[in-house]
Design a protein around this ligand. Structure first.
Ligand SMILES: Cc1ncc(COP(=O)(O)O)c(C=O)c1O
Length: 372
């Protein structure tokens, strides 16, 4: 790459004077560990934002899934149904409990767990379902909850990638018994590293708070009636989170703006399609997900290389988790296995300008010609 040539990253957090001021305030207060006013404020306001009653701030989105599974009663040997197309944290969290992830297929339209495929994956050992709201699009929570209710299963939403997305006008975060979020640096709002469980169930809320702090007795210091964890978030992270939350409307609006330009530029292209949104959903557009129907994995990798040479960062879609060497192969996820190799994520972030999106589109169309 030429020196000084512009490089457009896939993602970049939006950090303004507000985040710096609140973060500095937390540092100056000396409350830099996991006690302090910003923790409570972030939990309360993020839960409210997500249409849920309670929030428990945690150190990342992976432990949020782990803890949610534990408080919902998932035990060693239980089966947990997860979509095959997700970031690996969804399956790993199940494994941390010595439970078994069972992979189910995605809906090719919105890339989330296909409700029509769930019942075939249910066995007497099934305990829970984790729908993932992928790339900002919510899973079909109405139908998934109906199936879960019919079979007596727990639903935990993995909402790491979909802050503020809605199903029938109601935000993700309160559709399952619990929902989990990530605030990693590339997410719609960030705390650097960070996570949250939201729930409407006060008992689960109290259990999460208890277990995240080594299950210490609230009345007898250093008495731990059971095994807990240190999964706490710091007050500095929460301060950044409060600032981000105050800006979430403008952040989401900017992601919509970015999507609309991509859509305008690419919608008539014969091969490329980007994020579909189901009629009952709103999308929070974590990442633009471009699908090039019919390309091979080798062509996709060359495409990513050509984009990079021209100054555009991109990422392949996640591999089917069932293909990872330590997980269990399945032939029951044909849509996942077809789509993962046809897809790449494109730059999506607050500061991305209209002309930069245009540049990414031009570069993608050119790169696609080169891989033929
Ligand atoms: C779908 C999904 N689940 C879980 C996680 C885990 O979150 P964290 O990285 O904060 O542990 C991520 C992302 O990073 C994710 O994309």
């Amino acid at each position: 790459m030429e020196l000084n040539k512009k490089f457009i990253p896939i993602s970049k957090p939006s950090i303004t004077e507000k985040e710096i001021a609140y973060g500095s305030d937390a540092i100056r207060s000396t409350w830099i560990s996991s006690l302090g006013k910003y923790i409570d404020e972030f939990e309360r306001k993020f839960a409210e934002f997500s249409d849920a009653k309670f929030g428990v701030a945690l150190m990342n989105g992976t432990v949020a899934i782990q803890l949610a599974l534990e408080v919902c009663g998932v035990k060693a040997g239980d089966e947990v149904i997860v979509p095959d197309l997700s970031f690996v944290a969804t399956a790993n969290a199940v494994l941390y409990l010595n439970a078994i992830p069972v992979f189910t297929d995605i809906d090719p339209f919105n890339l989330c767990m296909d409700p029509d495929r769930i019942e075939a994956a249910i066995t007497p050992k099934t305990k829970a379902i984790i729908p993932v709201h992928l790339y900002g699009h919510p899973a079909d929570m109405v139908r998934i909850n109906e199936i879960a209710e019919k079979h007596g299963l727990v639903v935990i939403e993995d909402a790491a990638e979909a802050h503020g997305a809605t199903v029938n006008g109601r935000k993700v975060g309160s559709w399952g018994r619990c929902a989990t979020f990530s605030f990693y640096g590339n997410k719609n709002i960030t705390t650097g590293e960070g996570g949250m469980i939201t729930t409407n169930d006060e008992h689960l809320y109290q259990r999460c708070r208890f277990l995240r702090d080594h299950a210490m007795s609230p009345t007898k210091r250093y008495w731990h009636p059971e095994k807990g964890y240190n999964f706490r978030m710091t007050n500095i992270q929460a301060a950044i989170g409060v600032a981000q939350l105050e800006r979430i409307k403008e952040i989401t609006a900017s992601r919509n703006r970015v999507f609309n330009i991509y859509q305008k530029r690419l919608k008539n292209h014969p091969v490329i399609s980007i994020n579909n949104t189901s009629p009952w959903a709103t999308n929070s557009f974590w990442l633009i997900a471009a699908r090039m129907k019919g390309i091979t994995e080798e062509q996709r990798d060359r495409l990513i290389g050509f984009l990079k040479e021209d100054g555009v960062d991109s990422r392949p879609f996640f591999y089917p988790m069932s293909d990872l060497p330590y997980l269990t192969k399945t032939d029951k996820t044909p849509a996942t296995h077809q789509i993962y190799k046809e897809g790449i994520n494109l730059p999506t972030y607050f500061d991305l300008t209209d002309s930069e999106v245009d540049f990414v589109c031009d570069t993608l169309i050119r790169a696609l010609e080169k891989i033929k």
